[in-house]
Design a protein. Structure first.
Length: 141
């Protein structure tokens, strides 16, 4: 019976398990790489450099807040008001997004097709208007 040159190396690999147990190090002394964050939904940059992400999940608007590095953060708005012209109904549709922990969420009243522009107004404490934005839902991922 003839043995292959690969067999002794494979046997050592199976017995020691070193490649499985040792994590791979990046060149440059094993410095940690920064984790890249991604905005969920439609991305919009605010005037102060932070970001918003608008998504439609379960027929509801979901508005997430991000810092300058696109790390999730708690909302600085207590609610948001949304309006849009639905392709299925005449006139403007309106809803309020309220706090749901780490994001603002509307009731599930947004129906497909998602081919409209949604206008959102962020409302802060004392009913102060923080910002207004227009999101084109045709660009949803």
């Amino acid at each position: 019976m003839k043995t292959s040159r690969l067999a002794p190396g494979l046997l050592i690999l199976l017995l020691t398990g070193l490649p499985v147990l040792l994590p791979a190090q990046a060149p440059g002394g094993g410095a940690e790489e920064e984790e890249e964050y991604e905005v969920v939904g439609l991305e919009m940059q605010r005037a102060d450099g932070r970001f918003l992400g608008l998504a439609i999940e379960g027929n509801a608007f979901v508005l997430r807040f991000y810092d300058e590095e696109k790390k999730p953060e708690t909302p600085d708005a207590i609610r948001a008001m949304a309006r849009w012209n639905s392709p299925q109904k005449a006139g403007q549709q309106r809803t309020v997004l309220t706090g749901a922990g780490e994001f603002l969420r509307s009731p599930p009243i947004v129906r497909p097709p998602y081919s409209f522009v949604a206008y959102l107004t962020l409302i802060g404490p004392d009913d102060a208007v923080l910002d207004s934005f227009a999101f084109n839902t045709r660009n949803l991922p």
